[in-house]
Ligand binder design. Structure first.
Ligand code: MRU
Length: 348
């Protein structure tokens, strides 16, 4: 999947999962190797890899690693070992539905293989993980193809967090739309919110777009509303971790504020998502579990404490944008406009 000069967010070869460690970007490009499901779970929890589709791919490979190890070391307990790994991986992050979607696909294969030999089951599980990985890249290109029609030539797009190649198997969802617009010959500029506290916008979105030669400026999160009011951006495109059945959208903390500001400024607010992020079993955004991350992410910047000792912090990692603020969903199956409940059901 890697082309010359590009990077791979995640790869699998010969029993080893390799991940680009996103905690060190943009300073260092470090690739970590994992051979145990527990290590993959740790990598997801600690944000070595992040972004809804990417953590789904990682979890699928994690289950496959557990299966090969189980087939070799504990054939008598094989199904139990794989199920334990699936549960461990599912407990890493609660908000992005892609994680559970991918693990569910792996569990289905495990159930189908109830009477197969462990090694053969492990091979089937790896095949499924590889399929989840390669299909995600394909879906991102489809999202890009549908979404690029919404991006006028010469447009400035504001985005929040990182919904790019680093958050997916490649190309990206929100950034995939931008990449596809550029590939279609359009001139596009990007404004990337820095995205405190983990700085996915400043560190990751800026890194991958600059690498592709796409013009990108980073702004402090607090600047987004003002820039939208001043019409310095023509449209907003963000990714999402889960879309509820009514079209409510969970995404990185701060997205809701951007959506409110976009509505106030009459700027379209688009959300790009593969179908694996759409969760018709969750009725509304109120039913989505919002991850609380460690206080350290807020109290410290680059290892330096910025909040006085003893002062508590709140660190919700995601928020929910009510569907009323969403102009359209850009999915791999097409554009979905309000009313979203009907539109999503029609595409399902
Ligand atoms: O905490 P993160 O970095 O995993 O959050 C990522 C986001 O919120 C992305 O916008 C979302 O997962 C979509 S990625 C295509």
């Amino acid at each position: 999947m890697k082309s010359p000069g590009s990077f791979e967010t995640i790869a699998y070869a010969n029993g080893v999962v390799t991940m680009l460690d996103q905690r060190f970007l943009p300073h260092k490009e470090i690739y970590n190797q994992y051979t145990h499901a527990a290590e993959v779970a740790e990598a997801i929890s600690t944000m070595v890899i992040r972004g809804a589709p990417a953590i789904g791919v990682a979890a699928a490979y994690g289950v496959a690693l557990a299966a090969f190890r189980g087939a070799r070391e504990e054939p008598a307990r094989f199904h139990l070992v794989v199920e334990e790994a699936a549960s461990l991986l599912a407990a890493t992050r609660p908000t992005a539905v892609n994680l559970f979607w991918a693990i569910e696909k792996m569990r289905r294969i495990l159930a189908e293989c109830a009477s197969s030999a462990p090694q053969a089951t492990a091979e089937r599980l790896l095949e499924q993980a590889r399929a989840i990985h390669s299909e995600d890249l394909e879906l991102c290109h489809r999202i890009g193809a549908f979404g690029q029609a919404l991006v006028p030539d010469g447009a400035t797009v504001l985005t929040h967090c990182n919904a790019g190649a680093l958050a997916t198997a490649g190309h990206g969802t929100a950034l995939g739309v931008i990449r596809s617009a550029v590939a279609a010959g359009k001139r596009v500029q990007v404004i990337a919110d820095e995205t405190r506290p983990f700085l996915q916008g400043a560190r990751l979105t800026a890194w991958e777009l600059a690498r592709d030669g796409i013009e990108v400026s980073v702004v402090a999160d607090g600047a987004a509303a003002w820039l939208l009011k001043r019409h310095r951006a023509d449209l907003v495109i963000v990714g999402t971790d889960r879309v509820a059945a009514n079209g409510d959208v969970a995404n990185k903390i701060g997205t809701y504020g951007v959506a409110l500001a976009a509505r106030a400024a009459k700027v379209p607010f688009y959300v790009a998502a593969p179908w694996s992020t759409i969760d018709l079993s969750t009725p509304t955004g109120d039913d989505i579990v919002i991850e609380e991350r460690p206080a350290l992410e807020v109290t410290h910047v680059m290892g330096q404490r910025i909040v006085p000792e003893g002062v508590p912090v709140l660190n919700p990692a995601f928020d929910v944008t009510p569907h009323e603020l969403v102009t359209a969903l850009i999915t791999d199956r097409g554009l979905v406009y309000p009313p979203f409940a009907e539109g999503l059901r029609a595409f399902a």
